[in-house]
Design a protein around this ligand. Structure first.
Ligand SMILES: C[S@@+](CC[C@H](N)C(=O)[O-])C[C@H]1O[C@@H](n2cnc3c(N)ncnc32)[C@H](O)[C@@H]1O
Length: 314
């Protein structure tokens, strides 16, 4: 301690000044403590708000997962990047402006979600492939509204397809060929039990077709195999504007379906070859390439996701 503070007279003289300094220091400490407390309280308030927001967001995310999860396996949540690739492919194959491709892709996606939410079973295939087929065909301006789908499974794709054609101003008339044998049939593949738990049956297909509007209710369903002469004869009564080949996925099966399609397609008609280029169904591309290498009315327009699009020459 300095000698000045040891001196009682000096201490008495200096006390007011020391008190003043003490007061100032205490005030500063009080102020700092208060603002620290206030900052802590504000931070706690903010944290509570964020916690509440996170709980709400998790609830919304869970609800959205329930909507976009596929009945069976996987989900229907394409990334923005996958979606942009799809839009570009639709525009390239259809030769239409990107804005029309984007609009159709969006409407197709909404239809897929809505129909899988309401329908029985599922649409087969990846979101990009399903949306690609739904969005591209209306932009290709098929010559008439007669549609033949070879292989329908639950009929949900057909229902969505009818809606996509109708919204583009085409009044569709649908014919389906499928054995509807209780489960999916594919040569050399045992599907076992269907992941959705829904049987592949006529009553199920009918219930789903009703979601496609009047055209769905009026659809013609021919049970049987597409290479059966009786089946072919029953539905070869018109020239189809669109033929979707999605039945027997073996090379031989696809080749036979294309041979039949050559005879019943309308001039400028569109053939959709599902699963073309899909590594899980190598027979599709093998059979199609073999067929297209020979004499044919079809020319390849291109591919969207794992579907190829052909047009019959006029
Ligand atoms: C891949 S699924 C069809 C999926 C449906 N087009 C969709 O997009 O949801 C194939 C369907 O074709 C049927 N199928 C198998 N061989 C067939 C054939 N030769 N003629 C007609 N349908 C066949 C299967 O039993 C199954 O119902």
């Amino acid at each position: 301690m300095s000698s000045l503070f040891k001196n009682p007279v000096a201490r008495r003289l200096l006390r007011p000044a020391a008190d003043l300094v003490d007061q100032r220091v205490r005030k500063d400490i009080d102020k700092a403590t208060r603002s620290e407390r206030e900052a802590r309280e504000a931070m706690r308030g903010e944290l509570d708000g964020l916690r509440k927001e996170l709980t709400e967001l998790r609830g919304k995310q869970f609800a959205s997962d329930l909507l976009f999860e596929r009945a069976g396996s996987g989900n229907r949540t394409p990334t923005k990047q996958q979606y942009e690739v799809l839009v570009k492919q639709i525009a390239a194959v259809s030769g239409q402006d990107v804005k029309f491709a984007r609009r159709n892709a969006m409407v197709a996606f909404r239809n897929v979600i809505a129909l899988e939410a309401l329908g029985l079973g599922r649409l087969a295939g990846s979101t990009s492939n399903v949306c690609g087929k739904l969005a591209t065909v209306p932009l290709l301006d098929p010559p008439n509204g007669d549609v033949l789908e070879i292989g329908t499974l639950f009929g949900l794709f057909s229902a969505a397809f009818l809606r996509m054609l109708h919204r583009a101003g085409i009044e569709p008339r649908l014919t389906i060929v499928d054995p509807l044998a209780g489960s999916q049939l594919q040569p050399g593949t045992n599907f076992g039990s269907e992941s959705t738990g829904t049987p592949v049956r006529l009553d199920v297909v009918r219930a789903n077709l009703a979601l496609g509007g009047t055209a769905g209710e009026q659809a013609r369903v021919q049970q049987g195999f597409s290479d059966d002469e009786v089946v072919q004869e029953a539905v070869s009564d018109r020239e189809y504007g669109v033929i979707i080949v999605d039945g027997d996925h073996s090379a031989e099966g696809v080749r036979k379906d294309l041979e039949w399609a050559e005879k019943i397609i309308a001039p400028r008609g569109i053939v959709v070859l599902d699963d073309y280029g899909d590594g899980a169904w190598k027979g599709v591309q093998e059979g199609a390439d073999k067929h297209l290498a020979g004499e044919t009315r079809f020319e390849m327009l291109g591919r969207v996701s794992t579907s190829a699009f052909l047009r019959a020459r006029a």
